[in-house]
Design a protein around this ligand. Structure first.
Ligand code: PLP
Length: 385
């Protein structure tokens, strides 16, 4: 079976998975082992768990297959994936990213890599002229999220990839919010995709992991080297759970999207709601672009309420099914307040300038019965009316 020829659900279940040579086990067993015997010095299949382990390779085949990539490297977390990608830069280089990214990305780039001489500038990626100016002035990496966290901004990935190519920059997309089921940036010309696999790929709020996907073997080699040299490896049990999660990725994503769409429509009509940000709604400013470059809109949405900060906090603490928690992409519906949770490491003045006001609430819709989710919203709204 060539994975290139099979459908997405088939590749999610089967990619990289072969009956175990020794036992016939249908799923790859957990190799809970840190060190491997060598035939003679330097002659081995595996040497040490930080650089290689039999659990890496079937999983990486699956991770590559679900992003339509030829290469994948699995790492310790989404932040670990960003760290590995940043090893493509050196002191004096410049990274350019949009104003709306995960707070931990901002922290890693601005508060960590800038100390090592890699400058990181934030500009508006919906203005391609500004991006071109930045590239013309010298940029090593063009780094972006689309949809972005938490404003669900959609950027023109095909155009941005082409611009990066024109100026010899490397284009990188953090595809965590879309999931590899709904968007494959490599197909749009992007050079590198990364994921926090702690989210949709794992899908069950029980792992922390990350991955980098590319079609460039030299980039893959550098990612493997970064993993080994910087200690960005993942443990065998987490790799087992990640491979298991991938099997149901398409089913979960479909259901999460269905729920998110229904909730977005419900919220859009609610008197306490000022504005819903969901790329699947025709009211989203980039709905048409999202339709062009994504096959669906995922389970993420954000919302500005007509509530004071205190009322917003009361609302999100009053849900009985939707859990107040930082993460996303799980079977459980989650809610969070970016300004005081995922994005609080961004200075207030920067947050406010970029639309991350105190009134913004982010939802990650799970796979529960939508009637129960709507009833949960109703009872939570009753606490602030
Ligand atoms: C878009 C995005 N990228 C990366 C990360 C970081 O992933 P991890 O927590 O696996 O390090 C997050 C975490 O919330 C995220 O939302």
């Amino acid at each position: 079976m060539s994975e290139k020829e099979v459908g997405y659900r088939t590749r999610s279940v089967h990619a990289g998975q072969r009956p175990n040579e020794l036992t016939g086990a249908v799923v790859t067993p957990i190799y809970q082992c840190s060190v491997y015997a060598q035939q003679s010095p330097g002659e081995f299949r595996y040497d040490y768990g930080r650089s290689m382990n039999p659990n890496y390779y079937p999983l990486e085949e699956a991770l590559a297959a679900i992003e339509y990539a030829s290469q994948a490297t699995v790492v310790s977390s989404g932040v670990g994936a960003m760290t590995a990608v940043m090893t493509l830069t050196k002191s004096g280089d410049r990274v350019v990213m949009p104003t709306d990214v995960y707070g931990g990305t901002y922290r890693l780039f601005k508060q960590f890599f800038e100390k090592y001489g890699v400058r990181c500038d934030q500009i508006d990626f919906s203005d391609l002229n500004k991006v071109e100016d930045a590239l013309r002035a010298g940029t090593k990496l063009l780094y972006m999220e689309s949809p972005s966290n938490p404003l669900l901004a959609i950027y023109d990935l095909r155009a941005l990839a082409a611009l990066a190519k024109k100026y010899g920059a490397v284009s990188v997309v953090d595809n965590t919010f879309a999931s590899p089921y709904f968007q494959n940036p490599l197909k749009l010309g992007i050079d590198i995709v990364l994921h926090s696999c702690s989210k949709y790929i794992g899908g069950h709020s029980d792992i922390v992991g990350g991955a980098i996907m590319t079609n460039d073997p030299a980039v893959r080699e550098q990612m493997d080297f970064a993993r080994k040299s910087m200690g960005l490896h993942l443990d065998p049990f987490t790799m087992f759970l990640m491979r298991r999660g991938i099997k149901t990725l398409p089913l979960r994503c479909e259901r999460q999207q269905e729920n998110a769409f229904a909730i977005a429509q419900y919220l859009e009509k609610h008197p306490l709601v000022e504005r819903v940000l969901y790329p699947g709604l025709p009211s989203h400013p980039n709905h048409e672009l999202a339709k062009k470059q994504m096959s669906g809109f995922s389970g993420m949405l954000s919302c500005y309420f007509r509530l004071s900060l205190e009322q917003s906090k009361k609302l999100i603490s009053s849900f009985k099914i939707i859990t107040l928690a930082e993460s996303l992409g799980a079977v459980e519906s989650l809610v969070e307040h970016p300004a005081s949770m995922t994005h609080q490491k961004i200075p207030r003045e920067v947050r406010e300038k970029h639309g991350l006001s105190d009134g913004l609430i982010r939802f990650s819709m799970g796979i529960e019965d939508v009637e129960d989710l709507i009833a949960d919203f109703e009872q939570a709204f009753d606490t602030v009316r």
